[in-house]
Design a protein around this ligand. Structure first.
Ligand SMILES: *Cc1c(COP(=O)(O)O)cnc(C)c1O
Length: 425
C-alpha cells in the first residue's frame, strides 16, 4: 500500500466510514474533463460529478482563470463590515436566476450550514412576528438535508439514524414520502399526509422543508410536481413558510434550472450549494423573500449567523463564472440528451433479476437493486471497468457532468450492467 493510502487508512476519516475497518479508498492525483486519474495511472470516467457538483467537468480552463484572477486581488477578507464585488455580483446573478420572490442572499460555507441558516430564518421570523410557538418543522420521510444537527433533524429518521441521537435532536413532524411519481395523478394518501400534520399542528409549524421533486441522498426518489404544488398551497392555507432545499437539484440537474420550476411555485426560503461553484470549492447560499428578511428584523432583531469564511471571494468568483458558463452553453439540450440516453440504457436493466426499479430524471439515473449492494466489491468492479460510480445501500446511480459525451456515458451505463451481472452471478 502506497504512503498515501496507508496513512489515510490509519489516520484520516472518510464520509460515513469506520476508523477501525474503513472501506478502501483510491488515490486520485488529478482530474480533467470527465476523467479522474488515479495514482497508478488508471483513468476513470466520472459518473458522480463529485456528488452533484462538477457540472462542467474538472480542471476547466475558464473556472481556473476566474480563480487565478481573483487570487491576484484577494483570496479572502472578513465579511463583517467589509463587502466586495465577487459577493455582490454573485448575489445579483442568483437573484436574476431564482424565483422573483427571493430578494435577499446569505452566503455560507456548506450546504448543511445553508439549511441551518434557513431554519434559523424561519424561527427568527416567527419570533419577531409574536408567534414564538411556531418552532417546529414539517417535512417528508426519505429526505436528506445535511449532517449538522438541525439539518439532520429533518433528514429521514431511519436513514438519518435519528435513534443514535435521541434526546439531542428536536422532534419534528414527518409526513410519508410522497408515492406519486412524476406524471401520475396525485395519490389521495399523499394529499392527506401533510394536510393532516398542518391541520393538527399548524400553529406550531415554522416551516415546511423539502427537497423539490428529487430526494437525493435519502433514497434518490423522484416525486410529482403536483405534490409540491399541493404543499405550497397548504403552506399558504395554514400560514406557514416553505423552505426548498435545492442544494442537489439546483443549476440544471433535473432539466430545469431549479427543480421548483417543474411545479411553477416559489419558496419563501431557498437553499443552494453543491454545483453552485461548479464543484471547485465549498460555498452555499440561503435566499429569502423580503417578507421573511424584513420580518426577521421587525422587532429590531438581527439574523444571528455569521461564518468566518462568509462570502469567500475565491468561491464567489468561481461560482459566478460557473453560472455564466452554464447559461452560455446549451445545458438544456445536454441534460435532455443525457436523460434520453439514461432512459434507454438504464431502462434496459429494469427486468434484470438484481433490479427492483429504474428511474431517470434530467441528468440523474438511478438503478435500485433488490438488496443492498456490497459497496467495496462493486466499487472494485467499476474501477476495473474504468468508471467512477459510488453506490450506497440499494442504489447504483449516475449524475455525470453535463459535458459528458454519448460514448463516455455509454461506458458508465454498461459498467452498471456488468455490476448488476456480478451481483446476480
Ligand atoms: C448535500 C446536501 C446537503 C448538505 O450539503 P453539504 O455541503 O454536504 O453540507 C443538504 N441538502 C441536500 C439536498 C444535499 O444534497
Amino acid at each position: 500500500m502506497s504512503g498515501v493510502l496507508g496513512f489515510d487508512r490509519r489516520h484520516v476519516w472518510h464520509p460515513y466510514t469506520s476508523m477501525v475497518d474503513p472501506l478502501p479508498a483510491y488515490e486520485a492525483v488529478s482530474a480533467s474533463g470527465v476523467r479522474i486519474r488515479l495514482a497508478d495511472g488508471r483513468e476513470l470516467i466520472d459518473g458522480m460529478s463529485s456528488w452533484w457538483c462538477a457540472i462542467h467537468g474538472y480542471n476547466h480552463p475558464a473556472l481556473n482563470a476566474a480563480l487565478d484572477a481573483q487570487l491576484g486581488d484577494m483570496a479572502h477578507v472578513m465579511f463583517g463590515g467589509l463587502t466586495h464585488r465577487p459577493a455582490t455580483d454573485l448575489a445579483e446573478t442568483l437573484l436574476e436566476l431564482t424565483p422573483p420572490t427571493l430578494q435577499h442572499v446569505f452566503f455560507c460555507d456548506s450546504g448543511s450550514v445553508a439549511v441551518e441558516v434557513a431554519i434559523k430564518m424561519a424561527l427568527q421570523y416567527w419570533g419577531a412576528q409574536g408567534q414564538p410557538a411556531r418552532r417546529r418543522l414539517a417535512t417528508i420521510r426519505g429526505g436528506y438535508h445535511g449532517d449538522t444537527f438541525a439539518a439532520m433533524s429533518v433528514c429521514d429518521p431511519v436513514t438519518g439514524m435519528h435513534e443514535r441521537f435521541q434526546g439531542v435532536l428536536p422532534a419534528h413532524l414527518f409526513a410519508d414520502r410522497p408515492r406519486t411519481r412524476p406524471g401520475e395523478p396525485l395519490h389521495e394518501a399523499d394529499r392527506a399526509g401533510m394536510e393532516r400534520i398542518l391541520a393538527e399542528h399548524g400553529g406550531e409549524v415554522a416551516a415546511v422543508i423539502l427537497e423539490p421533486i428529487v430526494q437525493g441522498a435519502g433514497g434518490m426518489w423522484f416525486y410529482s410536481p403536483d405534490y409540491l404544488r399541493h404543499v405550497r398551497a397548504l403552506c399558504d392555507r395554514f400560514g406557514t413558510l416553505l423552505i426548498l432545499d435545492e442544494i442537489a437539484t439546483g443549476f440544471g440537474r433535473t432539466g430545469r434550472m431549479f427543480a421548483c420550476e417543474h411545479a411553477g411555485i416559489e419558496p419563501d426560503i431557498l437553499c443552494l450549494g453543491k454545483a453552485l461553484t461548479g464543484g471547485y470549492m465549498s460555498l452555499a447560499a440561503t435566499l429569502a423573500s423580503t417578507r421573511v428578511a424584513h420580518g426577521i428584523s421587525s422587532d429590531g432583531g438581527v439574523l444571528m449567523h455569521g461564518p468566518t469564511f462568509m462570502a469567500n471571494p475565491l468561491a464567489c468568483a468561481v461560482s459566478k463564472r460557473s453560472i455564466e458558463l452554464l447559461r452560455a452553453g446549451p445545458w438544456e439540450q445536454r441534460v435532455a440528451a443525457i436523460e434520453r440516453q439514461l432512459g434507454e440504457e438504464l431502462g434496459a436493466y429494469a427486468r434484470h433479476p438484481a433490479v427492483a426499479d429504474v428511474r431517470v430524471m434530467g441528468a440523474i439515473g438511478v438503478v435500485q437493486t433488490r438488496r443492498p449492494v456490497p459497496v467495496a466489491e462493486l466499487q472494485r468492479v467499476f474501477v476495473e471497468a474504468g468508471v467512477w460510480i459510488r453506490p450506497f445501500n440499494d442504489l447504483i446511480y449516475l449524475m455525470p457532468p453535463f459535458v459528458i459525451d454519448a460514448d463516455d456515458l455509454r461506458r458508465l451505463t454498461r459498467a452498471i450492467g456488468a455490476g448488476l451481472d456480478a451481483l446476480a452471478g
